[in-house]
Design a protein around this ligand. Sequence first.
Ligand SMILES: NCCC[C@H](NC(=O)CCN)C(=O)O
Length: 431
Amino acid sequence: MAIAGDMGRENLNTWKNKVNHCIDEAKEKLFLLSKDIWSSPEIAYEEKLAHDRLVRFFSEEKGWQVESHYKLDTAFRATWGPFGGKDGDNVVNVGFLCEYDALPGIGHACGHNLIAEVGAAAAIGLKGVLESESNSPVRVKVTVLGTPAEEDGGGKIDLILAGAFEGMDVVFMAHPSQEDAVYLPDMAVHDVNVKYHGKASHAAAYPWEGVNALDAAVIAYNNLSALRQQLKPDWRLHGIIKHGGLKPNIIPAYSELEFYLRTPNRDLSCLRAKAEMCFRSAAMATGCQVDIMFAKHEYHNILRNTTLDQLYEENGRTLGMQFTTDQNVLNTPSGSTDFGNVSYVVPGIHPYFYIGSDALNHTEEYTAASGAEEAQFYTLRTAKALAMTAVDVLLRPDLLKEVKEEFAQGVFCEQAVSKSAPPAGAASVPH
Ligand SMILES: NCCC[C@H](NC(=O)CCN)C(=O)O
């Protein structure tokens, strides 16, 4: 990777130091932003307070154009620029993503308040250096997208379909974890909701008149547990019984399950077909009617961009990050994210970051860690590494071209591998 002649390493370092300085200067208000989001956890598509708080944050900053309720009720967009370069130059549009949805019952147990903070901090850092350096060789626009509903539904996929990512050249976000990792293998996932309809009856007086929907749910659950043993080691299949009846002496007329089906790449069709047989056979065994409703969106696996990964790692190291080398962590399928779909439409990165705690995501301990002051150092360090990587993309000649070439090649290869994968945002499949 080359460094510009007249914009050599010294200049690059000056820019990066300024980025870090701007982020440090804003640290109090960034912590307040994060803490406010953390204190009022809201689930997917209901992040009204978080939306309003982030909109207020960017409206109070100078120079940002802020669009509330941008294409979705709880999404927003804040843009700054174009700035620098010469009139008529191509504009490089750098995107930072904020997530801010919480989990039901346990609040910000995945630390999405910190994702919002990282996105806001990195954007402020990049804008800060561009403003203070009047000689930006490229014409730059900074875009912050507030993307709701990562834990459920896939707000980023809604936004992709609504055109919100059009015109972006590169996109950055980071996710809290137990370690710093440039990349962890996030999987494709398709959520499915299953309802069994039976017939109520007195469970002791005339049980033979009933059709037991809870039995159907339990049989389906067991079918899927048996299926799991036959699946590839890197596939995942897991779920809950959401409704299982009202009272022991009423044969349950209704039950409901929710399952997530995951594979390492976008072709979920085989797992979907196998799971469907499990659900249908349980209906047949019990005489229930079944409704199988797949979620409207599938999440894709993340398409890696190693050019960006490498830069992020270099920048992170200069800030003292120690990236995990544990092969178990690096190669074990982690969860899923709707950033996977973004990674197929815009080149980008989604590194993971340590937040000062060994607690595991989706636990109450992680909720506490996400709101703790200790997480702040790591969160801002991550924002700095992202913004520094954006500086590399802007200042190093031909780097953006390299990033885009790798992206195009990656999309092409993935398409060849999973020819049968449905397009992003495939319609829900009622049965
Ligand atoms: N229904 C989609 C679930 C997404 C969820 N995401 C996370 O936990 C964020 C960390 N990757 C998941 O269960 O993977």
